[in-house]
Design a protein around this ligand. Structure first.
Ligand code: 0WD
Ligand code: CA
Length: 408
């Protein structure tokens, strides 16, 4: 290798040189990950597979079933005929969940206890977390304006990661009336676009009266999937807005020919709202948002997103279906794409693979129950790791189950 510059390579870069935006080779400190250069190119992606699911009801109580799963039901004609559906309707009676309550990973961990009691097997995977956390990491190379903090801890040879909620609460700007209303439009759209049962099980009265009850964001349905990227396997749970048609009964899949396997994930839909597109600028903003939608849906294996387009006054004008796997291509080919702000899904995944491997290898596996802080400061180029003296954030019932049961 004489004559060639020697680069110090790390396991998180496929051995590629670390070049800073200023053209210098960076000094790598393993407790910080350089976001602009950490990449593992072409990481193998495991097909996500649902292992269980759970529901929060209107009182935020947990049920290890699909009771809070909704079903898509919205006709283009109903939207057009009305001249636009008012998404502000019922705003004064919005039943908003208190999101300052720190639930940690409780719902997910208790769903794993339920699953493991039923199967008698420990749920395998290197990293266990909410989908929203992985979305943040996947989007990070292209989303540098917001800081965040995560907590991570090894327990029972698995790495658990949660959001550090106190940081979020301390740094988020107080929401103004306009943004509160706009987030209500999103929940109202979810309400008018779905039914609590598959449509063929709904009475005409149930269909016609939907949208009359106060909107609430307390009830949620979450899917828990096993997935993986590169050499890191993950168990992630995320909210699924609705099923397109129905959710297959797992019993019907037992012993069935793998070719006939009716994958529950194939039936899921992500719902979003966006401003109607009237200018190149609107189109460009929408495409930036689409890549977020892609990241979120892709991670759980949700095959489609339905976007409701609304006016600035909050009237739903139309809706459109997007296939998750086509989104990166749509954005890449678009004439509206702004080269400085748009994303590249392949590159985002290469970063995520490097980031996951970094977390898995740099946080000492032998030090169980020690809480590490993962930090991202707005606009910096590094994710950093530091040890805290905090107590584990893992649900005590989960810890007790894993410590006392014989699941392996
Ligand atoms: O900061 C918190 N307290 C967080 C709580 C941050 C992230 C998640 N969560 C909770 C969620 O409420 C849910 O129970 O974790 C669980 C799993 O969520 P996820 O699927 O991992 O979350 P994410 O992918 O970030 O968001 C999915 C949806 C959002 O829909 P849109 O269309 O905006 O992506 O989850 C909802 C929201 O509807 N959601 C929340 N709802 C109320 N309060 C919150 C929140 N703080 N965060 C996400
Ligand atoms: Ca949504």
């Amino acid at each position: 290798m004489a004559g060639r510059p020697q680069f110090q390579s790390t396991p998180w870069t496929n051995g590629l040189p670390q070049v800073s935006p200023y053209g210098q080779t960076q000094q790598l400190d393993d407790l910080s990950l350089p976001i602009s250069s950490a990449r593992i190119r072409g990481p193998a992606m495991r097909q996500p597979r649902e292992v269980t699911s759970f529901s929060y009801d209107e009182s935020r109580d947990l049920h290890f079933d699909d009771s809070s799963l909704s079903y898509f039901y919205l006709l283009q004609d109903d939207v057009t005929a009305s001249g636009g559906i008012d998404l502000s309707a019922g705003y004064n009676v919005f039943n908003k969940r208190d999101d300052t309550v720190d639930e940690h990973l409780d719902g997910l961990l208790l769903a794993l206890v339920d699953l493991e009691k039923r199967t008698g097997k420990k749920t395998t995977g290197d990293i266990i977390t909410w989908r929203g956390i992985v979305t943040k990491l996947l989007c990070l190379p292209y989303s540098r304006n917001e800081g965040f903090e995560l907590n991570a801890t090894w327990f029972d040879r698995q790495l658990f990661i949660e959001e550090n909620l106190p940081y979020k609460l301390a740094t988020q700007r107080p929401p103004d009336q306009r943004s509160e209303l706009m987030s209500y439009w999103g929940y109202k759209f979810e309400q008018i676009a779905t039914m609590p049962k598959p449509w063929n099980e709904c009475s005409r009265q149930e269909i016609e009266s939907r949208g009359q009850k106060p909107v609430s964001n307390t009830a949620q349905y979450c899917s828990v999937v096993k997935t993986g990227l590169g050499d890191v396997r993950m168990v992630i749970a995320g909210e699924v807005d609705c099923a397109w048609d129905y959710k297959p009964d797992p019993k019907d899949n037992i012993d069935s020919d793998p070719k006939l396997f009716d994958n529950p994930l194939d039936h899921y839909v992500e719902l979003k709202t966006n401003r109607v597109i009237q200018s190149d600028r609107d189109a460009s903003a929408f495409e930036n948002k689409l890549l977020r939608v892609w990241a979120q849906s892709f991670l759980l294996g949700v095959p489609k997103a339905i976007i409701g387009f609304r006016t600035d006054q909050g009237y739903l004008q139309t809706f459109e279906e997007f296939e998750t796997q086509k989104i990166p291509g749509i954005v890449k080919k678009s004439k509206y794409a702004n080269p400085y702000t748009t994303w590249d899904g392949v590159d985002a995944l290469a970063f995520l693979a490097a980031c996951l491997r970094w977390l898995k290898t740099m946080i000492p596996k032998a030090e169980e129950n020690v809480v590490w802080r993962i930090r991202y400061l707005p606009r910096s180029d590094y994710l950093t790791l530091s040890k805290t003296d905090e107590h584990s954030f893992l649900n005590t019932e989960f810890v007790k189950w894993r410590n006392e049961s014989a699941v392996k």
